[in-house]
Every structure is written in C-alpha cells, then in structure tokens.
Ligand binder design. Structure first.
Ligand code: BG6
Length: 790
C-alpha cells in the first residue's frame, strides 16, 4: 500500500493537472512554408514539453485549401516531425502518434467556419470533462488577410470569459509609420493589447534570448563596464550569402532596412542598450525599459547610412516582376547604419547595424567591443599565453552560422568569467585552429546551449506561457517605425552602390565613420556605376550656386551642401569675432530647418570657438523649457548636448517665469533686452540666423501682429496664427543691428513665398521677412534648390 503522503501528493498532482485545462492551438496558414518548416515542429516540441505537465491540447491546422487536399499536406508534414536526440525511436514514434491524433486539418474561410470551430472546441472540452484554458490563433498568413481573420475570430471564435485568447502575428507589420499605425489600429479594434503576440523570430534565437539574462546574472561584473566610459562600439550584424531571388515581389517593396534592420537588428540593439530593470523577469518592466531605449535613439540622417545592392538584383526583379528592359531598382540589399543612443549611458558610443544579401558568409552576432586602455611593454608574442591586457576585450552574443556554426556567448578572458544558467548553457570544447574575430576560441570564455533549439520552438513556448517580453508591443513597434521612417523616406531615391556578390565583394562594402556619418572606405569602381539616366542625380553632382536675392548674396545648393556651407560660414564668422573681440554672439532660430545645421555644427566643427561663444535665441514659443515645442529644447538636443559652451554663455529666452508663461507683468521680454544690452556691444549680434515662414514671417514676427516691426523695443511678446500662439521674439530693429544676418530657407513648401518675396519691396507689415535689412551689417540668403527653384 502507498503511504498517505504519496497519495496526497498524487492527488495534488492530478488536481494540478486538471486545473491546467484545455488549450486549442489554431494554426492559420497551416500548409504554408513557414508552418511546414518551423511551426509544426515548434508545436510538437510544445506538446512534448507541456503535455506531461497536465495540459490538454488540440491542434487545428487551418487554411483556405479544400479539406482532402489540406489533410494530405498536413499528414505529410506531421510525418516529417522529429524528436530531440535524447528520445528513443520507439518513444518518439509513440509521441508522434499521439500528436498526430490531436492534430486535424480544417478549412477556415467564412465567419460560419469560425463559429463551427468554436462549437467543436466547446463540445470537445465538454465531452472530455475539461475546463477550457485558452485558444491560440497563429496567423501564418500574409498581412492583407489579417483583418478578415481577426474580425471572424473576434465575432465568432472567442473562448468563454474564463479562458484567454492569444493571437500571434508575423511580420511585416507595416511598411512605414503610417501603415504600421493603421494596421495596429485595425487589429486593436478586434483584440486587446495583451491578446496580441507580434513575432520577431530573432527574439527567440538562443543567443539573443540570452542577452538580458546574461546582463542580469553578471550584473556585478557588468555594472561598471556597460557604459560609454568602457564600451568602444557595439556591432549588430546579420550577414547572408543567399540573395533575394524568388522573393523579389516582397523584397522590392521592403528592401534590407525594412526586412531586417527595422525589426531584428533594432530589437537586438535595444536589448543591449536598454536599462536593465531591477526585476529582469518582469515582462512589463522589460517592455517599458525597451520602449525608453527606443525613445533615446537619436534621429537618423541620410549620412547615417551606406547602401548597396548586389549586381544581379535588378535583373532578377525585371524577370520576376516583368519590368521593362531598362528598369533599375533602387532597393537596397545591403545597409550599414550608424546609430547613437542619446542618454547618459551611451552618449558617443557608435552602434553599428549591418545586414546584407549575397555577402561572403552567413553569420549573425552582436559584439560589444570595450575600450582598451592598457599599454603592454612586452612583445606581442607574449600576449596570448599571458592573457595580456592588450588583447581586445569583447563580449559576443553569437547568433549562429559562421565559423562557429552554432549559437554561443563569448567573453574575452581578459574581462571576467561569466555566469550562465548551468542547466541550459555549457562551456564549449576547445576547437584548435578556429579563429573568431581574428582570435583563437581559447581567448574567450565560450558557452553554447546544452540543447540547440529553433527560434520558433522557443517563441511558441513563450506564447504558451504568456511571456510578452519576447514579443513586439504596439508601442514598441510604432516607436521603431518613428525611428526608421524618416531615414527610409530620405533614402527612397538614393542609388545604392552595386556589388558583385559573395567573396568577390572584397572590400567594396567596407565602411567607416566620418564624424557622425558613415561612408564607404573605397571609391565606387567605374564599371559598377549604373548607366546615365538610370539613377537620380546625387547632391554632389551639383555645384553650390552663387547669385543674389533681394539684392543680397544668395547661396543655393542641395540641402547637405547648403548646410555644410552655412556651418562653415558661421564658423568663419565666429573665428573672426573671437579674434577681434574675444567673444562671438550668435542668435539662433528654432523650428525644424536649423536642426540639420545644429547637427552639422555639433558633429564636424572641431575648431569652433565654443568656449567663447554666447548663444542667444531669436525667438521662443511660450511653453515650458522641457516642452518638445520649445526652441531652446531643440537647441539643447541637437547642439548644446554635444558641444562645450559654458553655461553662463547660454541665454534662453525667459518665457517661463514664476511658473507662468509669457505673463506681461513678469517683464521677461524686458529682462532679455536688458541682458542683451549688458552683454552685446551696441546690441549688435555678430550673427543672427533667421528662417522664413510660408506666410513671410521671420523670427516670431508675424504679418497679423504689428508688434516688433519698428520702435524702440528690443524684445517683444507677439501672437502667432498657429499654436502655440504666444511667442517672444527679437524685434526687427534689433535684428537689423546685427553684423551679419543669415536667412535659411529649405524645402519646396517655401517655393511660393520665396518667389513672392523676391518681387516685393520693403513691406514688413505684410511680410516681416522683407523688413530684414541690416543697418550696416551683411545679409546672406541660404536656400536649397527646392525652395529656390521649385
Ligand atoms: C527574415 C527575413 O525575417 O529573416 C529574411 O525576411 C532573412 O530576408 C531572415 O533571410 C533571416 O533569418 P534567419 O533565421 O535565417 O537568420
């Protein structure tokens, strides 16, 4: 007889089993490629892992295919499933048999089909005397089919109130910010956020899934190291040897950035960059910290990217998409991107993302390379044996393939011996002769998973356990598109560099930083340049144009050249003023046009005499200084954070006094005028940077509001026709006292006003910009081609 304690334990076990309940998994697109290759195997693995723990399952393979045909395909797929190596063949056959009996094909087309499925599940649950725990719908179908399926599930196939619903979605999740938002809104009208599991299969790759646990378990060693003081750079790389042949209808629309960088590589980047929550096992905390990391990514510029396209690509597109003979695609199949994370931890650390098709090898990794401050006195031959401090110090999450051929976590022996979860990761055996990143494997503490597992199997298990941190929330998805969309739009007409593919690429795709920009190391060889007329002209194909506008000098160029020229001119003016007077008084406008200028000044002007520069504002919106609309905030983000201007030389406009905004009685405008009079000789700025609005306004002097156009006042409160309505501005007479005024006008929206203002006389009441004419200083117009020529 069994002792009482054992009976009690068994009873407890049985009760626990019953409590687990029944889970139905409905795989939509059950006969498609992804399902055949990964998803059925992942579901089988789930069954192997969980069925013994008291869960009851039914698996429903669904598609539009007619029942007999679908059943046939499914039977073949189920027959091909495999068990882990440690399961004996007989046992494997038995388990497969059980799984096959639980798996059925059904055609799901109409809402009625979904209703019938729901009724069948309810009947099954009742017949077996079970409790329904939940339903998982895995959408392995193209996104255009999402809405109809979602509607049918929501209206006819939700489980009862005590059971959960989980819907699993596969990328692409939109094409840019707007389309992603539309899709998210549509799905949001059918499902709650907690019901949606958006898959990024890279989050299921073992080395990637290990990043946060590794950071968590090695906090002590990493606390002092994981920051800008110690990290030299981070590389997130996915190289592929295959090309896009056979997939060009998808690829032509997406290209490498949307296909791989916006999702897989960005997700990995955030896992490295995010602040580690105190409780790294809390999904909510992880997702929240990840979102903060997204929001800290500095906006990308055109110069942040280098693009390539393998030479055979256009021909493949012509063939597969029936394009005319001369068709040249501009879709990049290779991209290198330089990302910066604007926070205290990562300030100044380059994060390099790189991916491409038709490259020389297939490999994926994240490599955190540390700065090396040691100088070694002994000869280089001694370094290896001695574990010298002069060897590179790095931590690599090796995703797979490449020389190693399997996932791994590598830590330079000169750093520290890491802790990894003992049950699931083990130290790799020595592999003499194997070199990784130019060093023998023995230079690293190297660990690999005890049991290799496919990403989808891991993710299916996480869906089953409701681990949301392995998936993409709507907020994270949109934050990623906010980051990528402007670059994608900016690059839409850029011709990528052509490369031959494979080992022949040689050094053609090597790239390097130049200031805060990326550029290919080698010049494009002649024979790879597409023929004339096949690609849109590049800015560098044009010269900077010098002319006059309103009888003053005009500089006109493509935006990048224009900004570079203006930045050079400002630096020259600064150097001259500092040489003559010991200081340089620069008054800057806010808004979007000067952002690129601020970035340019911050990035490449090492000789700029910032320590002797006083920064003033031309105008300000009556909002608190932390408001994103604040001009000072823009100046702070894009310039002040990056240069060393003494705090006492920075002069924000006092729009926020005594917790009020631009109250007359606080006399902010007068205070600013007094500050100018006290510090700027004769109130004569060395340089004032202005813009021109589409209504002819400049600074915050608007056609509708007569204030500040003449009279004695140096600084005035004004009204803007657009929000925020209240403004503070330098007056026209003060602006005209400047030694030099630069007016920056960019974009085709400005074309009409540019044309109009070129023809009118001095009528500041109608067009305040027309009143800008320095009393004794110089006025120079800086216009890009779109603003000047349309
Ligand atoms: C997919 C992309 O998301 O990821 C493919 O659409 C790419 O273009 C693939 O090849 C890479 O994934 P893996 O698992 O093969 O490294």
């Amino acid at each position: 007889m069994l002792p009482v304690a054992v009976w009690v334990a068994l009873l407890g076990c049985l009760q626990a089993q019953e409590l687990q309940g029944h889970v139905s998994i409905i795989l939509l697109g059950a006969t498609g490629d992804l399902a055949k290759k990964y998803l059925w195997q992942g579901l089988f693995q789930l069954y192997l892992d969980e069925a013994g723990k008291g869960h009851h399952f039914s698996f429903h393979g669904a598609a539009l295919t007619a029942p007999e045909q679908g059943q046939g395909v499914l039977a073949k797929v189920l027959e091909s499933l495999s068990c882990p190596k440690d399961v004996a063949p007989d046992r494997c056959a038995e388990l497969k048999g059980q799984f096959q009996r639980l798996s059925q094909y059904r055609q799901l087309k109409t809402p009625e089909d979904y209703l019938a499925l729901s009724k069948d599940i309810e009947a099954l649950v009742q017949r077996e005397g079970l409790r329904e725990a939940g339903r998982i719908f895995y959408f392995s179908v193209p996104p255009f089919a999402y809405a109809d399926i979602a509607r049918s599930i929501n209206s006819s196939c939700r489980p009862g109130p005590d059971a959960w619903l989980r819907v699993v979605l596969e990328k692409p999740f939109g094409h840019d910010y707007l389309s992603a938002q539309q899709l998210a809104e549509e799905l949001g009208s059918f499902f709650q956020e907690e019901e949606m599991y958006r898959v990024d299969h890279y989050l299921g790759k073992q080395a990637v899934a290990q990043i946060l646990p590794f950071r968590d378990q090695n906090r002590k060693a990493l606390d002092g190291l994981w920051n800008r003081h110690h990290v030299e750079r981070v590389e997130v790389v996915l190289k592929e040897t295959l090309d896009a042949e056979g997939r060009t209808s998808f690829y032509e629309e997406y290209g490498v950035i949307r296909d791989v960088l916006q999702n897989h590589l960005t997700e990995i980047l955030t896992l490295v960059a995010m602040e580690l929550p105190r409780d790294a096992s809390s999904s909510t905390a992880v997702l929240q910290h990840k979102l903060q990391a997204f929001r800290a990514l500095r906006g990308l510029r055109r110069g942040s990217a280098v693009l390539g396209q393998y030479q055979a690509y256009s021909e493949q597109v012509r063939r597969e998409l029936h394009k005319p003979d001369g068709f040249q695609s501009l879709t990049p199949t290779f991209a290198g991107i330089l990302v910066h994370v604007d926070n205290l931890r990562w300030e100044g650390v380059p994060f390099i993302l790189m991916s491409g098709k038709a490259l020389d090898e297939r490999v994926g990794y994240v490599r955190v390379l540390f700065k090396n401050r040691a100088f070694c006195a002994q000869s280089e031959k001694q370094w290896v044996g001695d574990r010298s401090r002069c060897l590179p110090q790095q931590i690599v999450f090796y995703i797979g393939h490449g020389e190693l051929g399997s996932p791994a976590v590598l830590v330079s022996r000169t750093l520290f011996r890491p802790t990894l979860p003992a049950g699931s990761w083990k130290e790799l055996e020595a592999r003499p002769g194997l070199q990784l990143f130019g060093h023998p494997l023995s230079d690293f503490y190297a660990y690999g998973p005890v049991r290799e597992q496919d990403a989808y199997s891991t993710l299916i298990s996480h869906i089953f356990r409701g681990r949301k941190d392995s998936f993409i929330t709507t907020e994270n998805l949109l934050a990623s598109w906010v980051f990528w969309t402007p670059l994608l739009e900016g690059l839409a007409h850029e011709a990528p560099r052509l490369y031959p593919g494979g080992a022949e690429n040689g050094h053609l795709l090597d790239f390097e930083f130049r200031g805060s920009e990326l550029a290919f190391c080698l010049q494009q060889p002649e024979q790879l340049v597409p023929g004339p007329g096949s690609a849109p002209p590049r800015p560098s194909d044009f010269q900077v144009l010098q002319a006059t506008y309103r009888d003053s000098p005009l500089v006109s160029a493509w935006p990048e050249e224009l900004i570079a020229k203006l930045a050079d001119d400002i630096e020259a003016a600064a150097a001259k003023a500092v040489q003559r007077f010991g200081q340089f008084h620069l008054a800057l406008s806010g808004g979007s046009s000067p952002v690129a200028l601020f970035q340019q000044l911050a990035a490449g002007h090492y000789g700029f005499p910032w320590a002797h520069t006083h920064l003033w504002l031309v105008d300000e919106r009556c909002v608190p200084p932390w408001d994103p609309e604040s001009n000072f905030q823009g100046l702070q983000t894009h310039l002040l954070r990056h240069v060393w201007v003494p705090h006492y030389n920075v002069h924000p406009m006092p729009v926020h006094l005594r917790q009020r905004l631009c109250a007359e009685e606080d006399r902010g405008a007068q205070a600013y005028a007094e500050e100018i009079s006290a510090l700027v000789t004769n109130g004569s700025f060395d340089l004032v940077l202005l813009g021109m609005g589409t209504d002819g306004h400049t600074a915050s002097l608007f056609p509708q509001s007569p204030t500040g156009l003449d009279g004695e006042q140096l600084v005035v409160l004004t009204e803007s026709p657009v929000k925020p309505h209240h403004r503070m501005s330098l007056s026209l007479p003060l602006i005209n006292r400047a030694r030099k005024v630069a007016v920056l006008v960019m974009g085709k929206l400005k074309r009409d006003i540019t044309l109009l203002v070129s023809r009118v006389g001095r009528q500041p009441k109608k067009w305040p910009i027309s009143g800008v004419l320095p009393d004794s200083g110089q006025l120079v117009w800086y216009m890009d081609y779109e603003a000047f020529l349309g």
